[in-house]
Design a protein around this ligand. Structure first.
Ligand SMILES: Cc1cc2nc3c(=O)[nH]c(=O)nc-3n(C[C@H](O)[C@H](O)[C@H](O)COP(=O)(O)O)c2cc1C
Length: 272
């Protein structure tokens, strides 16, 4: 037994070496009887990716007490055409119904987050969900009132928000777009990739949410509010030692796009 609980069912193992080859930090080796073994003293180098469990063709490898039979089996992936349609039809939604996403769908969205990749498989992101429209309204009203006050008293502190001056003064919720929900992702300062992991997580979240028929929008303006009003981080419970990554608004959309956009070509070049 080892601290990682790396275990191999010797009856099932076909000694193919797939787990050894696929181990990124290279801490598995072939033992005397051909069974994979953990190299002595290597446990701290394990990135906990579970590739050994996932790649085994015989389902013979277990780690961290996980039973390979409990894993999602490999099967047909979504057709590339479906993926492309999702990517093309994804739109930023700035118009929401005033109602919560149902609890089951919220759970589906939250469960998915365990699968998003993080640098060095760090997986210590914090996902702060505003689950309820009433809480979102309280945050929205507090921030919008303070913005309105600043628009008059110290507009120079508002940066890009000044572009929306007329709408803010007219009482429009240009920051939170009337969304019933908000997801704030933050990362530990000392994690390997705090600048990237939250954005990657939100990219996955956005596409999955839109595949479930929800509206989403990346919200730089909301993210800026966390710098302007530091108590906002406390309000949503960003843990000590964590830094804000990014913010996404989401909820049942009140706008429908019957067609995709036709974007300008992007700059691509081949390196020879
Ligand atoms: C990093 C990032 C920040 C954004 N911030 C905001 C924002 O604060 N408010 C907003 O309404 N839209 C915001 N958006 C949405 C963009 O404005 C939107 O992607 C763009 O207008 C194109 O529309 P589309 O997403 O429907 O293709 C942001 C998008 C990204 C990627």
């Amino acid at each position: 037994m080892n601290g990682l609980k790396f275990e191999v069912d010797s009856q099932k193992c076909v000694r193919c070496g797939a787990c050894i080859r696929d181990c990124a930090p290279g801490i598995l080796a072939s033992g005397e009887d051909g069974l994979p073994v953990l190299l002595p003293g290597s446990e701290a180098r394990c990135t906990r990716c579970q590739h050994c469990l996932a790649v085994c063709p015989a389902g013979a490898v277990s780690i961290f007490g996980r039973n390979p039979a409990d894993s999602t089996p490999a099967g047909n992936l979504p057709e590339p055409e479906s993926m492309l349609r999702l990517i093309r039809l994804r739109r930023s939604c700035r118009s929401y119904q005033r109602k919560n996403v149902d609890a089951e769908t919220l759970d589906q969205l939250k469960s998915m987050l365990a699968w998003v990749p993080t640098g060095v498989n760090n997986h210590r992101l914090d996902f702060a969900f505003v689950d309820d429209l009433a809480v979102m309204d309280e945050i929205r009203n507090s921030v919008n009132a303070r913005i309105l006050e600043r628009m008059n008293s110290a507009p120079e502190t508002l940066g890009g928000l000044l572009r929306y001056r007329e709408q803010v003064l007219a009482g429009k919720d240009v920051i939170f777009r009337g969304a019933p929900h908000m997801l704030v992702v933050s990362a530990p300062e000392d994690s390997p990739c705090p600048a990237y992991d939250p954005t990657i997580a939100l990219s996955y979240f956005e596409l999955y949410a839109q595949s479930l028929g929800l509206g989403t929008v990346w919200c730089g303006l909301a993210a800026a509010m966390f710098s302007l009003f530091p108590d906002l981080g406390e309000r949503v419970g960003i843990p000590a030692g964590y830094r804000l990554g990014y913010v996404m608004l989401f909820g049942p959309a009140a706008v429908r796009y019957p067609r995709a956009t036709q974007p300008e070509p992007v700059r691509i070049h081949s390196v020879c």
